[in-house]
Design a protein around this ligand. Structure first.
Ligand code: SF4
Length: 202
């Protein structure tokens, strides 16, 4: 059994697909595997079939290193998950299957309690910005004021459905401005990601 640090390194050292996508998806696999209470399929919101296709495509050199259940679905969706998944897919940039996987993973991880970049297992928030601009550009550019990503997604969904969520007519006079825009600073979620970040910066 490899540690998360080893596993990330082994996964990203391949040459298949886009290197940044490989990094992002390796991070999500590592963070998903830290959840002992559910299988990787449910941690990532991908059924066994699509997850196996992902691993075969991006990590063909390391297929045996990722524990994928032989069968099974993605687990139960949270209430807002299908809408967020569809919102992302409605704004996909390239039409590649990586965007289907990423939409499912981002939607599943968005119901976790931390900043979204942390719950995706990424090293820092800039990686989430890059991921969203690469693959869901038409949506990402709508966050021109750099709102927190979860806030931005849910406000977008509410606005689309005609639900009023804002407490003021504009952000400048709103008491919730810190909640919506207060930055998404923080450390990578686990010691594994911290170690990865340290290694990358050294
Ligand atoms: S700061 Fe207030 S007005 Fe601006 S998006 Fe947040 S809730 Fe809406």
């Amino acid at each position: 059994m490899h540690s998360g640090l080893d596993l990330h390194g082994l996964l990203v050292e391949g040459r298949s697909g886009d290197s940044f996508d490989r990094h992002v998806l390796a991070c999500t696999i590592v963070i998903g595997l830290t959840e002992a209470e559910r299988p990787l399929t449910e941690a990532l919101g991908l059924a066994a079939g699509p997850l196996q296709v992902l691993v075969n495509k991006l990590f063909p050199h390391a297929v045996g290193l990722v524990p994928i259940p032989s069968a099974g679905g993605a687990g139960e969706d949270a209430f807002e998950e299908p809408d967020l998944r569809q919102l992302l897919l409605d704004h996909r940039s390239r039409g590649v299957e990586e965007e289907e996987w990423l939409a499912a993973i981002v939607a599943r991880r968005s119901v976790r309690p931390n900043h979204l970049w942390q719950d995706l297992g990424l090293f820092d928030r800039s990686e989430l910005n890059r991921l969203l601009h690469n693959h869901f550009h038409a949506l990402a550019v709508q966050n021109g004021k750099d709102m927190k990503w979860k806030k931005f997604f849910y406000r977008t969904l509410c606005q689309r459905d005609g639900i009023l969520v804002c407490k003021a007519p504009n952000c400048e006079v709103c008491v919730d401005v810190q909640l919506c825009f207060g930055g998404e600073e923080g450390e990578p979620l686990t010691a594994l990601q911290a170690a990865l970040l340290q290694k990358r910066q050294s």
